[in-house]
Design a binder for this molecule. Sequence first.
Ligand SMILES: [Zn+2]
Length: 493
Amino acid sequence: MSAAASLAPQILAKYEPVIGLEVHVQLLTATKIFCGCANRFGAEPNTNICPVCLGLPGALPVLNAKAVEFAALASLALHCTVNERSIFARKNYFYPDLPKGYQISQFDKPLAEHGWIEVPTSSKANKKIGITRLHMEEDAGKSLHEGFADSAARTYLDLNRCGTPLVEIVSDPDIRTPDEAFEYLTRLKEILLYTGVSDCNMEEGSLRCDANVSVRPRGQETLGTKVEVKNVNSFRFIRMALEYEVERQVEVLESGGRISQETRLWNAGEGRTYSMRSKEQAHDYRYFPEPDLPPLIVSPEFLERKRAELPELPETRRARMIAEYELNPKDAHTLTASREFADRFEAAARTARNPRRVANVLLSEVGGRLKALGLELEQSPVSMAGIVLAADLLDEGKISSRQMKQLFDTAFEKGEDFAAVYEREKPEQITDAAALEKLVEEVIAANPKQAEQYRAGKKTLAGFFVGQVMRASKGQANPALLNELVTKKLEEQ
Ligand SMILES: [Zn+2]
């Protein structure tokens, strides 16, 4: 098959992609799901292991209550119905990094079902992507194929990851474009981070995603043959892999071919997917109920407690902050990108004279400069307290916005906080009414046309005069006094 991306848009438009996503998320518990071993990434290989997670004969699993709490929190945050009774099952397969020969998972009775995530679309309305199920399971170990002198001949095993608690979140096949898939994953990760159940670190494998994708002629009800895409380690790559795969499938169908049901791997270096194995040869996992674990019973009281623990979730928080701080949706996204940052911002804003001004200063002065430098908000030399100080000074008229900009320039140039720069430079202000009045008169005299328009009723021109006088004063005019004088002088002439 030739590389895709050569198809005409009108051919692509004849087909509708159908995409479903399966996301595995490691839970941030201190210990593993069925034993007391530490659940920690990056430890010396094969040090956090015991008879239970190695599956030695006679060892019995005991379910970690914290893992259930986290899984329940995630379920509630994703609007799932949590089943009062769910069942652990053995998923049998042979793989070197699975010493037990089976993985404890959940099969026909998962912990939670029927949830949804809302994603933005190219049109104005949001779209709900259904969540089929969320179930609990244990992670397998890791096969290390590279990094050793004899890696060409041998594979090494690190079993530390065996028994790491996971939730698998399976979406309905509701996703119709690679962009929607990207948005779904972005929202999902954000929600999980807000609930604090996982660090969702894709480099360390704590969030992993597989995609099922098929295409069908638009208007057709029956689904096309689906292909599973695995081994994709960033949301951006998932979008690219889906774009590639949709084009590849359309090309096969357009040339009269048939899609074979298979698993394909994404190769980021080449920007394409490769066939890994055909699904016809796929394992029959011979699921059966795990005899060593009783049914998992989640009481309504327990669920109510978990519901009460849920933080304000990103979408709700954004809607509230848009109203409270008069933000546009893009700025609201910036401020709520992480719960920790949104918390810090709101705690600081509440101490300010005018919380909206804090949002404004943060986004325009600090955000703009950070963006130009390619830095994250967390790397700003100006602290949240510094931003509040700037907003308050501006609000009280103790500095003009031009002076504030200069102070921020200095802070960023020298890597200093705002308070230090302000204390040192204490920008001068012209608060002498007579001196300022003179400047105002000069500017009005120099702009007779605008003055006339003002007097004819175009009151918004006051801003023009304020700006001109501010410039003439080199940004040193006291803003409150200046506003007052400009109005006074324009009215009296
Ligand atoms: Zn263990």
